[in-house]
Design a protein around this ligand. Structure first.
Ligand code: FAD
Ligand code: DLZ
Ligand code: SF4
Length: 509
């Protein structure tokens, strides 16, 4: 019988992936490849590349042990074709295969490359998600607004998580209001489980060190889980140690603690080492056992069956042009400090330095520090998108783009968010300990020493009045702005202009 090739990508590392389920172990050949195109279409963080390569190598070994014929190409193997399609064609020639089985990639870029492949590719839906494309399209069809909250409630009903009959456990669907505590000085969070690199990981670290030395990011120490067994231990550790306080401190930021009570599981989940179901089952079981309060269990499960599924739905619903949207016509270049953390703004310097060291920052740092600043400063969303896609270990376009283009930069014109996520320095001051070590003064509204978020916030609203003045959720802010006396308004706008001028000239800010 003619052999078929089975493509397994670097974020499809599970025996349950559709193409493997459809394949025949006795007949078909699995193709996995570390390739230059995937490793460099954006300048990925070295930890992200190392994580994916190490997890790919271990998964290939696991498939081989299970009896599959796996043809694995390392990045530095002689004759590496440099692209996924190139590797597929080389394997087709080698084996005589005339058909390829694949699972839908998570980026339009690669979906279209497979469509153009000269050997026919049968693409199966990626059913590692709770909602299929069809289900999301049906939900979205005819709605004026695609609000996550309504989608989430459907997913709660569908899964039965935290349901008491047809009512939500704890009496309400969403416990966000209880999840806004600033972190105490010494909350003693235990952080994610860390793993010592084994021989496979060390070999990958050496390769990445040699080949990707100029990419932003610290490679060592490297402590990520790189196989399913380790990822399962990291999950158990999180459920026991951190989930009970996840809700309370979900939005907090603390200089001395990079992870607080966050799970740091997104890279494992997105790469296929864990499933959404096992993560949510574990959280729901901990709640049922009385080990976790409802605000933590609900807040956590919402992120996964709500936000994560919703973001994927939006990416595939909106199509390949989504990443190019720029509803607010923002054109400024991304400041250099996003790459080296060299800024006097303590919040940005911390969030970016942590990103550089860990290929990780938690949600509020991504949204309200780096994202908020980029939006207030009018940075080109395409540049913001490329930065986020590069620097986080969990970043693939299907989840990164709707978070950045939609939720964070409002560049989709309000599909993901009904209003832009912007705030002045007060929000950051309330939720963190950054401001008391900052060169700027969060209480000052204008002038050289004032916190830049403060005046940029009003300048943003003023600049985009046409866009937002009619938005009922923003009417209060415009009233406050309009009530300010002229001199104060002028000083605010002057400060913003001076600051943005310095930013454009590349002067340190
Ligand atoms: P936790 O706080 O422990 O949350 C639990 C899980 O919920 C996460 O592991 C993740 O799978 C899921 N989750 C939470 N929020 C979201 C969300 N908004 N969208 C999708 N899933 C969510 N997440 C990514 O997985 N990849 C990205 O590239 C990415 N880019 C982002 C860019 C911006 C500007 C923003 C604001 C958010 C982004 N997120 C992204 C969402 C979120 O910040 C990360 O999922 C989260 O910080 C990962 O850390 P964690 O595992 O400790 O999450
Ligand atoms: C992100 C990534 C990287 C850095 N390298 C590889 C690779 O060498 N081989 C591979 O199969 N996949 C890699 N990936 C993940 C792909 O980029 C990912 O599958 C697509 O972006 C679709 O989500
Ligand atoms: Fe950030 Fe402003 Fe606080 Fe400084 S004062 S840390 S710039 S919010």
């Amino acid at each position: 019988m003619v052999k078929r090739l089975v493509l397994v990508l670097g974020d499809q590392l599970t025996e349950e992936i559709a193409a493997l389920r459809e394949a025949d172990r006795d007949r078909d050949v699995v193709v996995m490849a570390e390739v230059a195109d995937e490793a460099s279409y954006v300048p990925h963080h070295p930890k992200k590349i190392a994580f994916i390569f190490a997890a790919m190598r271990k998964f290939a070994e696991r498939l081989t042990d299970a009896g599959w014929d796996v043809r694995y190409r390392k990045l530095d193997d002689e004759g590496n074709a440099g692209s996924i399609v190139g590797e597929l064609l080389a394997r087709a020639e080698e084996t005589g295969a005339t058909e390829i089985l694949a699972t839908e990639p998570g980026e339009w870029r690669l979906i279209s490359a497979l469509e153009d492949c000269p050997v026919p590719v049968h693409v199966f839906p990626d059913d590692r998600f709770l909602a299929s494309h069809r289900e999301f399209e049906d939900w979205a069809d005819g709605r004026k607004e695609l609000r996550m909250e309504w989608f989430y409630r459907e997913m709660r009903r569908k899964t039965g998580y935290l349901m008491e009959g047809d009512k939500p456990a704890g009496g309400k669907w969403n416990h966000d209001h209880d999840n806004r505590k600033p972190a105490p000085d010494d909350a003693g969070f235990s952080g994610p489980m860390q793993f010592t690199p084994d021989e496979t990981v060390e070999a990958v670290l050496d390769l990445v060190e040699e080949r990707f030395a100029s990419n932003l990011g610290t490679l060592r120490p490297f402590w990520f889980a790189t196989d399913r067994g380790q990822a399962r231990r990291a999950l158990a550790h999180f459920i026991e140690r951190s989930l009970p306080r996840f809700g309370d401190y979900q939005d907090a930021m603390l200089t001395g603690d990079r992870f607080l009570a966050h799970s740091v599981l997104s890279m494992y989940l997105n790469a296929g080492l864990l499933t959404w179901r096992e993560i949510c089952d574990a959280a729901a079981a901990a709640y049922a056992a009385g080990d976790v309060p409802v605000n933590s269990a609900e807040g956590f499960i919402r992120q996964i069956i709500g936000w994560r599924e919703y973001m994927r739905g939006v990416y595939f619903l909106e199509g390949p042009d989504y990443t190019g949207r720029n509803a607010l016509n923002h054109r400024r270049k991304l400041p250099g400090f996003y790459w080296d953390a060299e800024t006097d703004m303590a919040c940005l310097s911390h969030a970016i330095a942590e990103t550089r060291d860990e290929a990780y920052a938690h949600h509020i740092q991504r949204l309200m520090v780096t994202g908020n600043f980029a939006l207030l400063a009018g940075i080109d969303p395409a540049e913001v998108h490329e930065w986020y896609l590069s620097v986080y270990a969990d970043a693939y376009e299907w989840v990164e783009a709707p978070n950045v283009i939609g939720m964070s930069q409002f560049a989709d014109g309000g599909i993901v968010g009904s209003k832009p996520y912007v705030s002045g320095g007060n929000y950051i001051n309330r939720m963190s300990d950054y401001c008391n070590q900052c060169a700027y003064d969060v209480r000052e509204k204008s002038g050289e020493n004032a916190c830049p978020y403060n005046y940029l916030y009003w300048a943003f609203l003023d600049r985009h009045r046409d866009h937002f003045a009619e938005n009922p959720r923003m009417a209060n802010m415009y009233r406050t702005w309009d009530r300010m006396d002229d001199a104060k308004r002028r000083a605010t706008l002057d400060s913003a202009e001076t600051f943005l001028g310095r930013l454009s000239r590349g002067t340190r800010v």
